[in-house]
Ligand binder design. Structure first.
Ligand code: UFG
Length: 337
């Protein structure tokens, strides 16, 4: 039975993974409020109450918890660009750690005790072994990963001191669009592999640069664990469910356990889009490990997580459908100007 206090506050809920999670929660009858500063999110990606604001605003946070019966929180609102975090670690510690703590403090003072946190495989740093389980050493190689790890540590101490229960979901490579093509991936600055390949397929870019083909992998290109965004959304719902019955501090990898190389992804994009995708091998991108693949045993056995959209073909089909929809919208905007 659901508790009477059913509102879920989703910070960063207008962003990529956030908006897919909001959509899923609403589809199963949950009441959701989104807090988003729209620095990377899109108000038209969600269809629920949106409060435009920032986690640096402690008064706003207090007001939200005063005004609404919040049962639990999902915290997505983080800065996520690895390269930027190296240039401006201050901004990353401010937003991902200090602002995140404002949220935790508001939760504690309003006796809200359940949090699902979007963490990252970036907390592990260079893999010592693959697949990576949750016990793998945690040595982030950039400030972005460090802020995620610091926040996970803060969660542990907030549980000891204030009884705040949490689940950190350590995402591997989030990708794909919603299966109804309504929402998808659209970052202000695009650096992720699949959208960049699709830009080339759509002739918005001339060539895809593949960063390195001399890695110790079967075809020389980097291997990653790609997880469909709707499967990721499901992981959040499973995590919320666990927090309804279990108290404590938990962490799970969210991946499939299967690795795909950059070349394999490009080849599937060619098959799905039926377009030419010119490639060019370029030097390695600094900080890219050769292989990042999750051991998802823990989330499978403890939460019953079973990804259903994360085969590469479905990932690319849904990402391409969304990409084409975006192109049509842009064209319409252009024509009406
Ligand atoms: N790549 C290219 N060309 C591109 C873009 C990417 O060859 O134009 C390659 C990268 O070198 C990498 C792979 O494609 O080998 C995937 O790159 P992404 O940028 O899509 O994703 P990352 O694996 O670098 O990053 C992901 C998450 C981060 C997280 C990181 C570590 O997006 O948030 O995993 O967990 F920090």
């Amino acid at each position: 039975m659901d508790s009477p206090k059913q509102k879920i506050l989703v910070t960063g809920g207008a962003g990529y993974i956030g908006s897919h999670t909001v959509k899923l929660l609403q589809s199963i009858g949950k009441e959701v409020i989104v807090l988003d500063n729209l620095s990377a999110g899109h108000s038209n990606a969600i269809n629920c109450q949106l409060i435009v604001g920032d986690l640096s605003d402690k008064k706003l946070l207090d007001k939200i918890f005063d005004d609404h019966e919040i049962d639990s929180v999902i915290h997505f609102a983080n800065s996520i660009i690895v390269e930027e975090s190296v240039l401006f670690p201050n901004r990353y510690f401010d937003n991902n750690v200090n602002n995140g703590r404002n949220l935790l403090d508001a939760m504690v003072s309003h006796k809200v005790t359940k949090l699902v946190y979007s963490s990252s495989a970036a907390i592990y740093g260079e893999p010592h072994y693959v697949p990576i389980d949750e016990e793998h050493p945690k040595k982030p190689v950039n400030p972005y990963g460090e802020t995620k790890l610091v926040f996970e540590k803060i969660l542990k101490w907030y549980h000891e001191a204030f009884g705040l229960s949490s689940i950190s979901l350590r995402y591997f490579n989030a990708c794909g669009g919603s299966t109804d093509a309504r929402i998808g991936e659209s970052h202000p600055v695009e650096s992720h592999l699949i959208p960049k390949i699709l830009q080339v397929a759509a002739k918005q870019q001339e060539v895809l640069k593949i960063f390195g083909n001399d890695y110790p992998t079967f075809d020389g290109t980097c291997v990653r664990d790609y997880i469909h965004v709707e499967d990721l959304a499901t992981a959040h719902n499973l995590a919320l469910h666990k927090l309804d019955s279990d108290q404590g501090v938990f962490a799970y990898n969210v991946g499939t356990g299967k690795g795909r190389s950059v070349n394999e992804i490009v080849n599937t994009c060619v098959e799905v889009t039926k377009r030419m995708i010119p490639i060019e091998y370029s030097p390695r991108r600094p900080g890219d490990p050769a292989v990042l693949v999750a051991d998802p045993t823990k989330i499978q056995t403890e939460l019953g997580f079973n990804p259903i959209y994360s085969d590469v073909e479905t990932i690319i089909k849904t990402a391409w459908a969304w990409h084409q929809k975006l192109l049509v919208e842009k064209q319409r905007e252009f024509e009406t100007k």
